[in-house]
Design a protein around this ligand. Sequence first.
Ligand code: BJ8
Length: 425
Amino acid sequence: MTADNRQMWAELGIDLERHDVLLNALGPIYQEIYLSQKDRPKGMGFFDFVVGDIHGIRVKELRQHAVNGGKVVATYCVFVPEEIVWAAGAIPVGLCAGAQFSVPIAEEVLPRNTCALIKSSFGFKLGRICPYVQTSHLIVGETTCDGKKKMFEILGKYQPVYVMEVPHKKTKLSRELWHGEVLAFKEVIEKLTGNAITADKLAQAIKLVNGRRQALQRLSNLRKNSPVPMSGRDALLVTQVSFYDDAARCTQTVNALCDELDARVSAGQDVAPLDAPRILVSGSPMAIPNWKLHHLLETAGAVVVCEESCIGTRFFSDLVPENESGVEDQLQAIAERYMQIHCACFTPNDERLDDIVRLVREYQVDGVVHYNLQFCHTYANEAVKVKRALAEANIPLLRIESDYSEEDAGQLRSRIDAFLEIIRK
Ligand code: BJ8
């Protein structure tokens, strides 16, 4: 914790006392979950460094961007089309909302029976403990679920918030609505930055974001190998960091990591015994530093090989076509690409069921763990259909509902042990 950083946080209005408690708690947790792993790829060193200075270097870069007249746009959902933000010369940053630390602060205002992701993100603002929130000029919310959309109304009292309307069906009418939302968002960002979004700028931005998606796809594909060349925890961390790191640098570091993993695969180097149960985690996203489930699974002897989630395949699976030439067609292509995200806020959302079964086959998965945050009604209800689909395909399933606290860790561990026992038979 440098004096330099402390001064920056003070200037950003951070509650330094609270913030110290948060950072001091993060170190030992990271040591236990990440640094204690054996035979990690060397390329993970970069991500360890980023987490080690989680509120330092990147925040400085964003502030420098602001000093140079640029804007920072914060988001909470993979539905917000970041290409538009980049194309206007602004920087998008996916806000972390995975810490229990900020939950009690949020509960001073929000109902307790709200999902942890919503409470955590709101608590970071209310408690003034996140320098990314403090650095951002605009927070972009969305109407994906009721809890989020009502929280954004309250958040708007503390910081400028713009909310995009994400439709809840995938009909022609809904797609038209979403297309209109994407057009409106372009105007909002142009007004915020004072920069016009041209076809050239948009083409560059599409390429930039696609490049990062392709790097993450490459990483994900490497996890299809048996033996698997990296742990699920490490893969989760890489995706989490990619939400707020610079996109070009992220593409570079992830590709460098993949080069190393290629060599590991050729050498047959593993991170888990060949007979370790291969797990697909599906459901609610896990914002940084929510590493609980992966840690429990992998310390119980399993290895997580894929996440059907917004910190997994839903984030990077689809690219925006790069062959459109005018702004209008590019925006249409962007809108279409985002409508391929199969979030449980949609009804019906059977494409997600197909995805899960397909991913089980592609990643040689032995069992699925369906994860939903407590009080998340969309994922909890959709789990009923996931259960049916997996039963039909004869794929073992464990349903887990949890929050960010450690209170249920013992109980979860017992359930995970029992599930792995069944898979091993
Ligand atoms: S596209 S998954 S990132 S909305 S867990 S806040 S749904 S009550 S996070 Fe999500 Fe976008 Fe969908 Fe992905 Fe509400 Fe559920 Fe909480 Fe959720």
